[in-house]
Design a protein around this ligand. Structure first.
Ligand code: AMP
Ligand code: ZN
Length: 231
């Protein structure tokens, strides 16, 4: 087991893409696999929240859109992602979480991957039913310091309201309010869901059962990534 696990940790030199509705577990799984391979975890949602926190010009543009649960315009997202992927730490591969979310973003990403010498991406499609998504989003709490994600129902922290890793305050995302969640799910179905067909038609998409617990989903993800990277 030891040597197999060690071998498995070689970075796959691929772009791994997590696709799925809000609450499917993209952030949690992306974080775990990025850690396993020692490659960057690129969450466009986290990047936007960081801009909002720092009150940058980009943050001021994105904030009202995020508060409504709508998608930030492609050109804003693309500029941000393009700059990030060009950095040297992405050379061994990277994990995308929450990007691409529109067909235009997926097409732009294809061009970026080609330009940076990456082959076909591996797209992990996390599948979960809506009742589970709603429950996960309603219970989600995030550490203010490190971004670790908890769930007050399914994965509570050891001390209520505090991060197990660093004691940081656990807060609710403003866009996890129920009305906003409905809009985010609608945006997903209208704008992002077509990417499932886009990537499936290219033969690069695998379905992952996102309803299982975190460790079980992670085991599926690792096995699928290793199979895909070897092919
Ligand atoms: P997330 O953390 O991935 O759920 O993203 C939070 C919010 O950031 C989304 O509801 C969108 O408003 C915005 N956002 C994040 N990623 C993208 C993207 N790729 N395209 C457009 N908007 C995005
Ligand atoms: Zn923390």
């Amino acid at each position: 087991m030891g040597s197999a696990a060690a071998m498995a940790r070689t970075a796959p030199q691929r772009a791994l893409i997590f696709l799925g509705p809000p609450g499917a577990g993209k952030g949690t799984q992306a974080r775990l696999i990025a850690e396993r391979y020692g490659v960057p975890h690129l969450s466009t949602g986290d990047m936007f929240r960081d801009h909002v926190r720092r009150d940058t010009e980009l943050g001021r543009r994105a904030r009202p859109i995020m508060e409504r649960g709508e998608l930030v315009p492609d050109e804003i997202v693309l500029g941000m992602v393009e700059e990030r992927i060009a950095r040297p730490d992405c050379r061994m591969g990277f994990v995308l979480d929450g990007f691409p979310r529109t067909l235009a973003q997926a097409e732009a990403l294809d061009r970026l991957l080609e330009a940076h010498g990456f082959g076909r991406p591996v797209v992990l499609h996390l599948v979960a039913d809506e009742a589970l998504l709603l429950r996960r989003l309603a219970g989600r709490r995030t550490c203010k310091l490190c971004g670790a994600v908890y769930n007050i129902y399914d994965r509570p922290p050891q001390v209520p309201g505090r991060c197990d890793l660093d004691g940081g305050e656990l807060v609710e995302r403003p866009d996890d309010r129920e009305e906003v969640v409905r809009q985010r799910l609608a945006s997903y179905h209208r704008q992002t869901r077509p990417l499932v067909d886009y990537y499936r038609a290219r033969g690069v998409l695998v379905d992952v059962d996102g309803t299982a617990d975190i460790e079980a989903v992670s085991r599926q993800v690792v096995a699928l990534v290793e199979r895909a990277a070897a092919s």
